[in-house]
Design a protein around this ligand. Structure first.
Ligand code: UDP
Length: 447
């Protein structure tokens, strides 16, 4: 085989839906630029290799067994398990791939930012490392400010200060700061600072975002980080996330949407990890029923604690599925609003498809994303969960979007942003150019 220096890339996704989707979309983008793609992945939540016959996949052991009662029960523990258990197997696997002389040399490693240990591995093996941060630049900037926020007393978050504004990070308030497991805030602090510090030392930072959306956060990061930063989103415009979905999409909701009035449906989904309590489930069900609007609600198995059956009569008013083809749903003309947990992929998918949001953030970067959606881009309304989710509040949020002048203005701003998301992909657009810049940068890296 002819040796093409630096054209073989090794990608290492964090095995969570919101991380696998963008990493495999990035893989498709890089493949379209002439790179060959090898994916190292955990057995836990492994991607479906048969959907990507043009890529090579290598599993590594992770000591995670979903049927094991000792399986980490919350996202904080799962992340610390993955970031500690995967280092050895990952390094062994990468070393073997480097020694394989039948294949072309590896030009670069592209790692999920949360796998911070890959910086040490790349230094030991002398392979350049580029990082994909699957969240937005706005929240990454907040993670980068963690030491400062701790020094100033904003972190750890104290209940008595939740409404305090953070002047240095306006318009954020203390209640918007990322939290995962409130009983151990130090864990998130350590994870975030390791992620940021290892990203500062890598050869480049990729974001699934676009320049016009996050220019101010990107500029701040460019000032603080001395490495090239590539905003090359929205990724899903290059390749649908259905190929990397860990749960099968229920396509029946599309024919249900076909029967609804244009712009009438509320699409409700809280992503792949967030769970709700039984009383919240009842309030959501009643809030949706009382709104009188058609709704499409994704209720993932095990996402509602303590509920065995559906609220009576719910299915007469709406469509309920276990997992939806979200991008297809958001681009459907019947959908008029997205009630979301503000995971970054969902946020960006909604913006690119021009769907105004009802924001109900749960944890991690979602609260920062929600603040930017509601107060910076002003393309959504906030629905606070912390003081108790209640049907009246839900109906009010729905009315604000669908029936009030405010909703009309939000819709106009959203269409404007959608246009920008589309323009950046065209020849000469910021994403188009940044992808070219990324490809050139990778080829210029010295192993
Ligand atoms: N998604 C999907 N079907 C659903 C809900 C979500 O395909 O019913 C996809 C969605 O398009 C997005 C990803 O799952 O790409 C969720 O990522 P996000 O960052 O929004 O949230 P997370 O799951 O990480 O909390």
């Amino acid at each position: 085989m002819e040796q093409r220096k630096g054209r073989r890339l090794v990608l290492f996704p964090m095995p969570l839906q919101g991380h696998i989707n963008p990493m495999l979309q990035l893989a498709q983008i890089l493949h379209s630029k002439g790179f060959s793609i090898t994916v190292i992945h955990t057995n836990f939540n492994s991607p479906n290799a048969s959907n990507y016959p043009h890529f090579t996949f290598h599993p590594i052991p992770d000591r995670l067994d979903q049927s094991d009662p000792a399986m980490p029960s919350n996202i904080g523990s799962l992340l610390s398990h993955l970031t500690t258990m995967c280092e050895g197997p990952f390094e062994d696997c990468l070393r073997k791939l480097m020694l394989d002389e039948t294949d072309e040399p590896i030009g670069c490693l592209v790692s999920d930012a949360l796998f911070h240990f890959t910086q040490g591995v790349s230094e030991r093996l002398r392979i350049p490392r580029i990082v994909l941060r699957t969240g937005g630049a706005c929240s990454f900037h907040v993670f980068a400010a963690f030491p400062f926020l701790k020094e100033k007393g904003y972190l750890p978050v104290q209940d008595s200060k939740l409404e305090d504004p953070i002047m240095e990070l306006a318009p954020l308030k203390v209640k918007d700061l990322p939290v995962i497991n409130t009983s151990d805030p130090e864990k998130l602090y350590q994870l975030a600072t390791s992620m940021v510090n290892s990203a500062k030392n890598c050869a480049g930072l990729i974001f699934n975002t676009f320049e016009d959306l996050e220019q101010s956060s990107l500029d701040k990061l460019r000032y603080e980080f001395l490495i090239p930063i590539f905003p090359i989103g929205p990724f899903h415009k290059f390749c649908p996330p259905s190929l990397s979905s860990l749960i099968a999409h229920d396509e029946t909701c599309i024919s249900w949407l076909d029967r609804q009035e244009p712009g009438s449906v509320i699409y409700v989904s809280f992503g792949s990890i967030a769970a709700i309590e039984q009383p919240e489930y009842e309030e959501i069900a009643w809030g949706l029923r009382n709104s009188g609007r058609p709704f499409l609600w994704v209720i993932r198995p095990s996402s509602v604690d303590g509920v065995d059956g559906l609220n009576p009569g719910l299915e007469e008013r709406g469509c309920i599925v276990k997992w939806a083809p979200q991008v297809e749903v958001l681009s459907h003309p019947s959908v008029g609003a997205f009630w979301t947990h503000c995971g970054w992929n969902s946020t960006l998918e909604s913006i690119s498809e021009g769907v105004p949001m009802i924001c109900m953030p749960c944890f991690a970067d979602q609260k920062v994303n929600s603040r930017f959606v509601c107060d910076v881009w002003q393309v959504g309304v906030e629905l606070e969960r912390s003081n108790g989710l209640e049907r009246g509040k839900i109906q009010r949020a729905i009315r604000r979007l669908f029936d009030e002048k405010e909703g009309e203005e939000i819709r106009d701003r959203m269409l404007h942003l959608k246009e920008k998301a589309s323009l950046c992909l065209k020849q000469g657009g910021s994403t188009f150019q940044s992808i070219g810049g990324l490809a050139d940068h990778i080829l210029s890296l010295e192993s």
